[in-house]
Design a protein around this ligand. Structure first.
Ligand code: UD1
Length: 353
């Protein structure tokens, strides 16, 4: 069996590490990795291949950020060429980035079945590029692996055939567990970890100003670490507001995976707009404020580890004071950390039937 896996952005490298390692051990399965090049900085890409031991991509399309249409189109063109040459049995994609959609569409148009890992998530906010990507990807996928029961329901409501859906849990939990259990306290810890990168926040000067003002206020009482995504740095630079951030806040480059989990484990609170980090904080039992209007991971809110906070007035500051010492409920809505094995077993069964 031959599988072409298309990845391109930071969270996909992390998710791919679990399954690609497993496939690498199989005799009769050949995985070919295409890196679209969507993320290209060392801290956004190669660091993860090294740290998480991900097999080297056979192809790198080197498609750096452009407008979304141009980016996705160029990716499709490059992926199609490779699919025609490699003739895989399946194309495998993760999540909801432009790389995900490009891989799924290029493959489906060649009648090569698509496997989508992390299917069925919805924010129901069609202004998010990720929402468009995930809906379209799900609707051209043949094998859909969901991380939660709610994701299964979402797919069923959209008329997707039940027998193409398998609820396998969250593959990120596999990787989280393998890193988390080996952590030792060996460097400075921070009370609050901050990550902001979503277009809906970074593209709004008033939202970014509000985030800065709230963080500055918090920095008088708490140690804050802010690993900054290149998009955030770029737009804050364009708005000329980067220098307004208090010197007390430690701003650094994006972190490696192990470092993220380290700071999360020992932080009291996470302030984020990342999807993956909402769950990683939940797995680490760290309280979270999500700076968005909706989340694809409502289970973390039900468990009282997460809440949605608008970047308006003093809401981030007030919510921090309210929740930083609160306790959540224990629940396990995202499987048992053996998702990669389950996914592989199901793919193998489908391929031989
Ligand atoms: C993308 C995904 C988002 C995911 C995120 C993870 C889409 C639509 N969005 O957002 O779902 O949560 O990845 O990080 O696919 N840049 C660099 N170096 C890099 C990567 C990006 O400088 O290595 C800069 C580029 O100048 C670019 C900006 O960051 O303009 C945004 O990058 P892009 O790939 O468009 O989207 P992300 O914001 O990273």
């Amino acid at each position: 069996m031959k599988i072409v896996t298309v990845i391109g952005a930071r969270p996909q490298f992390i998710k791919a590490s679990a399954l690609s390692k497993l496939i690498g051990k199989q005799k009769n399965v050949n995985e070919i990795i295409i890196h679209t090049g969507q993320h290209y900085d060392h801290e956004m890409s190669s660091i993860f291949f090294k740290e998480l031991n991900i097999p080297k991509p056979k192809y790198n399309l080197n498609i750096k950020s452009k407008y979304h249409g141009a980016m996705t189109g160029k990716m499709m063109k490059g992926i199609e060429k490779i699919l025609l040459k490699e003739k895989p049995n399946y194309t495998l994609v993760y999540g909801d980035t432009n790389s995900t959609l490009a891989g799924a569409l290029a493959s489906k148009k060649l009648h090569i079945p698509v496997i989508h890992i992390e299917a069925g998530l919805r924010s129901y906010n069609k202004k998010m590029p990720e929402e468009i990507n995930r809906v379209l990807t799900d609707h051209c996928s043949d094998i859909l692996f969901t991380p939660s029961k709610l994701a299964v329901q979402n797919l069923k409501h959209e008329g997707i055939q039940q027998n193409s859906i398998s609820n396998v849990g969250d593959i990120l939990y596999d990787i989280f567990l393998s890193v988390y259990k080996n952590l030792v306290k060996n460097k400075k810890i921070y009370d609050i970890l901050v990550t902001i990168h979503r277009a809906e926040n970074t593209n709004s000067k008033s939202k970014m100003l509000n985030i800065i003002n709230n963080l500055n206020k918090l920095s008088k009482e708490y140690n804050i670490l802010f690993p900054m995504h290149p998009r955030t740095k770029k737009t804050m630079g364009q708005y000329k507001i980067l220098k307004l951030l208090s010197k007390k806040i430690k701003v650094i480059k994006p972190l490696s995976y192990e470092q993220v989990i380290y700071y999360l484990k020992y932080a009291k609170l996470l302030i984020t707009d990342s999807g993956g980090m909402q769950k990683e904080a939940f797995f680490a039992k760290t309280q979270t404020l999500t700076i968005r209007e909706e989340t694809e991971w409502p289970e973390t809110i039900v468990a009282k580890y997460n809440r949605l906070v608008n970047p308006k007035e003093n809401l981030i500051y007030n919510s921090t004071k309210k929740y930083i010492s609160s306790k959540g409920n224990s629940s396990k809505p995202y499987g048992n950390g053996k998702t990669a094995k389950l996914i592989f077993k199901i793919i193998k069964n489908k391929a031989t039937n």
